[in-house]
Design a protein around this ligand. Structure first.
Ligand code: PAP
Length: 350
């Protein structure tokens, strides 16, 4: 797979390709300039985070992805995006979406089902990284059949107009920020570069509250998608991890309907909904060989062991890590930020 440096040795063959190549070079130039000028803070898993258009991004992967998506991604009105801040349940929802969309193509009981062999992230692209994997960048994504599925952490206001103003649909998942923080702390510690100094829980907590986390501020990320969903409800399915955990079959049916692939009465009678829920359950996925030993190559800068996407898969694990003061402060921020929005986290799980 081509890296940025090998892209520089690619010889353009047509005028279009030449223009496209020049456009990419302009974007990479902008990227290099941005790296020099954007505000910087200490990172969680990368050395730094940089602040771009109000959001904190890892400079090597997320910022590059955002700029390339903003300038080069060609949306189709049939595209469906799975969007979320980090650690809100993308891995799980990705498998539910893939299994549902492809249920007539792959037999769940067969060992050949892609989810059993490729790992959750292999089944459809993580846009933020896929966009810069190959040159010419869009070719691979252009070759995907419609409706294309993409996962992204990109905040709503950082997406290009071609995505937000077309018919593209969004499945958005969010989660109690106390569990997000807990999950993010563990994940960062497990995947951070060796040279990056570990954050203590106290440091991570302060940074999270200040909005300095990957694709943070967390609350702004949720609120922007929420507000967009109020304006165009037909384009959004808003889900909470906790609800999905409690009643997976109910939300899976909503998801299938939203993606234009509702379950037929016959499918329901044959237990297809339950089969998908079981296939994508934490217990099943985390015990697969591919998820115990496999690796997901997102880009040269982003290679992650599949097992690191599976930790506990529980609601309320924050209780084992956060102090009462931390809980109070996070709940207070959530209450303040979501006040009047119609979003409500409800009662914290005991
Ligand atoms: P990402 O932002 O890196 O993509 P994401 O998949 O959104 O991560 O979130 C990871 C969380 O989902 C982990 O939560 P935890 O740390 O609190 O345990 C992970 O364990 C959980 N998770 C992964 N797969 C599943 C699943 N099939 N069912 C429920 N939770 C899951």
């Amino acid at each position: 797979m081509a890296t940025i440096s090998s892209q520089q040795t690619h010889i353009p063959k047509t005028n279009n390709e030449k223009e496209e190549r020049e456009d990419y070079e302009t974007t990479y130039q902008k990227y290099s300039e941005a790296l020099q000028t954007l505000p910087k803070e200490r990172g969680w898993m990368s050395e730094h985070l940089v602040q771009y258009q109000g959001y904190w991004l890892s400079p090597k992967s997320a910022l590059k992805g955002v700029l390339l998506v903003q300038h080069h991604f060609k949306a189709r009105p049939t595209d469906i995006f799975l969007s979320a801040n980090m650690k809100c349940g993308t891995t799980w929802l990705r498998t539910l979406m893939f299994a549902t969309m492809n249920r007539s193509r792959y037999d769940f009981s067969s060992q050949a089902h892609p989810l059993l062999n490729t790992g959750p992230h292999g089944c459809f692209p993580f846009l933020d990284a896929s966009i810069y994997q190959n040159y010419p960048i869009n070719t691979n994504l252009d070759a995907l059949p419609s409706p294309r599925l993409f996962a992204t952490h990109i905040p709503y206001t950082l997406l290009p107009q071609s995505v937000t103003s077309s018919g593209c649909k969004f499945v958005y998942i969010w989660r109690d920020p106390k569990d997000v923080l807990t999950s993010l702390c563990h994940f960062s510690e497990r995947i951070k570069h060796k040279e990056v100094t570990s954050l203590s829980l106290k440091e991570a907590f302060e940074m999270f509250c200040e909005g300095v986390s990957h694709y943070g501020p967390f609350w702004d990320h949720v609120l922007e998608y929420w507000k967009a969903s109020l304006e165009s409800p037909e384009k959004f399915l808003f889900l909470r991890y906790e609800d999905l955990k409690k009643e997976p079959s109910i939300y899976l049916k909503k998801l299938a309907e939203f993606m234009g692939q509702p379950f037929s009465l016959e499918e329901e009678r044959y237990g297809v909904v339950q089969e998908i829920v079981k296939l994508c359950s934490f217990e099943n996925l985390s015990n697969l060989e591919v998820n115990k030993t496999g690796v997901q190559w997102f880009s040269n800068e982003l290679v992650v062991d599949n097992c690191k996407f599976f930790r506990k898969g529980k609601v309320g694990d924050w209780q084992n890590h956060l102090t009462d003061e931390m809980k109070e402060r996070l709940d207070q921020i959530t209450k303040q930020k979501f006040n009047g929005s119609g979003l409500n986290f409800g009662v914290s799980p005991k």
